[in-house]
Design a protein around this ligand. Structure first.
Ligand code: CA
Length: 220
């Protein structure tokens, strides 16, 4: 899953970025409203973390502009302002949730996971198919009661596939949601990761998961 952070407090942004990357997210960062608007409109994010007080374009206007362009990405607002009017203004501009500064990273992380669940229509925190279970919060993958150790990218690809069960997922969709803006990998990188992922989750299993749809992509 890929997240955009729009935040002008660089140290805070770096701490959040590092924490989310350790959690397996691909993270892009914009330090003002203009850049945030540009990235929010042109890239495919699974969630946007949006500070309210920003240089150039503030978070409320940015949020309204994204919504007016029919961008439905979940938006979590980070606000130093905590009056009722400020919170309401954020939600009224089209944000899905807000978190008042200062906050604990653990709470931010839980809210992010909850918003992603809501937006992908997965109510349970654990993603399942057949005898495979994936827990994005605890970073655990289990198949047929056995733990499977996955690299962060393998985990992220499997999570993306599971959130689109029975749909065909293209290589472009995977690169857009699993890698960040600076991604400049080989064109076959998705195939390489899917091959290693498949090897791990299908070893000793009677039912093979993850099918290649030739010329298009993959389906779980
Ligand atoms: Ca700010």
């Amino acid at each position: 899953m890929r997240i955009l952070i729009v935040e002008d407090e660089l140290r805070l942004a770096q701490v959040i970025k590092k924490g989310l990357e350790e959690d397996g997210f691909a993270v892009d960062f914009a330090s003002d409203g203009d850049e945030g608007l540009y990235l929010g409109e042109s890239e495919n994010y699974d969630l946007i973390l949006l500070d309210v007080m920003l240089p150039k374009v503030d978070g409320i206007i940015l949020c309204r502009q994204l919504r007016s362009k029919n961008i439905k990405t979940p938006i979590l607002m980070l606000t130093a302002k905590t009056t009722l009017e400020d919170r309401v203004a954020g939600l009224d501009s089209g944000a899905d949730d807000y978190l008042a500064k200062p906050f604990e990273f653990l709470e931010l992380r839980s809210r992010i996971h909850a918003l992603i669940r809501r937006s992908t229509n997965t109510t349970s925190p654990i993603l399942k198919i057949f005898d495979l279970e994936l827990d994005p919060l605890k970073h655990i993958c289990i198949r047929n009661k056995k733990n499977i150790s996955l690299t962060p990218k393998e985990f992220a690809i499997l999570e993306f596939l599971l959130r689109h069960q029975n749909e065909v997922v293209t290589r472009t969709m995977i690169t857009e949601h699993v890698w960040d803006y600076n991604f400049d990998g080989m064109s076959n990188i998705v195939d390489v990761f899917v091959a290693s992922l498949r090897k791990k989750i299908n070893s000793n299993a009677s039912v093979k998961l993850i099918h290649t749809i030739h010329g298009v992509g993959y389906k779980i």
